[in-house]
Design a protein around this ligand. Structure first.
Ligand code: SF4
Ligand code: SF4
Length: 162
């Protein structure tokens, strides 16, 4: 089932945006999960490395993962909350994942939160490493979490525990 029907990208759609394994093994890299052709390009203008191009305003973004340095500047600029940065080199067993987050309350650094997949299903625990407050970036906060490395391409949201 496609994104249009379900609200969740299909495995085929995701396979077109996952960075190459050799890039993932080097350090942080962007994953742009944007699959709807809408007039939008702040991801392109945010990227100083020119790693994201939107040739025409209705096109899907084209990502050159080799040019991406994982700076994360594009995450909070995406109105579709479709951009993530993954670092599978964080530790032997854990990946660091940066996600856009627009709910309140924000988590706090050091919190254990619930890691959710694209459909909102529970994956397990995540630890909050850093919270970049959204009030300086169009109200979209960027939350850095660590999760089991197996979940690096699955976790795309969190639930803050009361
Ligand atoms: S993480 Fe940084 S370098 Fe990579 S695409 Fe986003 S803005 Fe560009
Ligand atoms: S800013 Fe986000 S929604 Fe807009 S084109 Fe880029 S990735 Fe897609």
């Amino acid at each position: 089932m496609t994104l249009i029907k379900s609200g969740v990208p299909s495995r085929d759609e995701l396979s077109t945006v996952i960075p190459p394994r050799q890039k993932l093994e080097k350090g942080p890299v962007v994953v742009v999960e944007c699959f709807q052709e809408i007039p939008c390009n702040p991801c392109e203008t945010a990227c100083k490395q020119e790693a994201i191009r939107v040739p025409n305003i209705n096109d899907l973004p084209i990502v050159d993962h080799e040019l991406c340095n994982g700076c994360s500047l594009c995450i909070s600029k995406c109105p579709g909350l479709a951009i993530f940065v993954i670092d599978e080199t964080y530790s032997p067993n854990e990946a660091l994942v940066k996600i856009p987050y627009e709910f309140l309350p924000l988590p706090e650094e050091g919190d254990i939160v619930t890691a959710l997949d694209r459909e909102g299903k529970v994956l397990g625990d995540a630890r909050v490493l850093k919270v970049q407050d959204g009030k300086y970036q169009d109200r979209t906060a960027v939350i850095s979490i660590t999760v089991a490395k197996d979940f690096s391409m699955e976790v795309r949201n969190i639930k803050v525990r009361g």
